[in-house]
Design a protein around this ligand. Structure first.
Ligand code: CTP
Ligand code: MG
Length: 167
């Protein structure tokens, strides 16, 4: 098989847990907020009420469990990577909210690209740190797929009443 294509499939297998971890908190969440309501030196919230410990727990659990399901097909070695990619995704999402609050954007306000791809860049970074790397062209291709998917699923979640805004 074309090696870029087989490596794209491998990238997808490694990144799907991160995508699950990023999406799960929409339905698996709960207080307290990660920042416990505290404010940064600029007087705005550190992360805001959209980032909860329940969401981090839900995201880690769902992402790692998804990796365990994939592991049935590709081997148990995947599971720690799934947990690491999930952690990266959730920290990336927190980082995104931190940046949004610093820019004066309220919880739920749109930040193009950051909202859709911040978690993905962090998941790839966390995998990179432990030596799991992928071809840049595959990373970019899958970024485009995630961008579209993120738009579509958030619109769906909005229509289902799970989210207040369609992004
Ligand atoms: N969520 C959570 N904990 C997290 C991430 C998400 O509880 N660590 C939940 C919140 O209910 C949040 C929803 O998932 O409102 C959607 O997540 P997201 O779009 O990332 O948050 P926003 O509400 O848009 O907040 P922000 O502006 O900070 O991105
Ligand atoms: Mg949002």
């Amino acid at each position: 098989m074309n090696s870029l294509l087989s490596q794209l499939i491998e990238l997808i297998i490694y990144v799907l847990p991160a995508m699950v971890a990023n999406g799960a908190p929409v339905i698996m969440n709960g207080p307290p907020p990660v920042d416990f309501g505290r404010r940064f030196i600029d007087g705005r919230r550190i992360f805001g009420d959209g980032k909860t410990w329940g969401g981090l727990l839900g995201g880690m659990t769902a992402g790692t469990l998804f990796g365990a399901i994939e592991a049935v097909a590709v081997g148990a070695d995947l599971i720690p990577y799934a947990a690491l990619a999930s952690l990266g995704a959730l920290i990336g999402d927190l980082f995104g909210s931190f940046i949004k609050r610093r820019l004066g954007l309220e919880r739920g306000q749109q930040a193009p690209v950051l909202d859709q791809l911040g978690f993905y860049v962090f998941a790839l970074l966390f995998l990179y740190i432990v030596g799991k790397t992928f071809p840049l062209v595959d990373e970019v291709l899958w970024a485009l797929a995630i961008y579209g998917l993120h738009r579509a699923t958030n619109w769906g979640a909005y229509k289902l009443g799970l989210k207040k805004v369609p992004w």
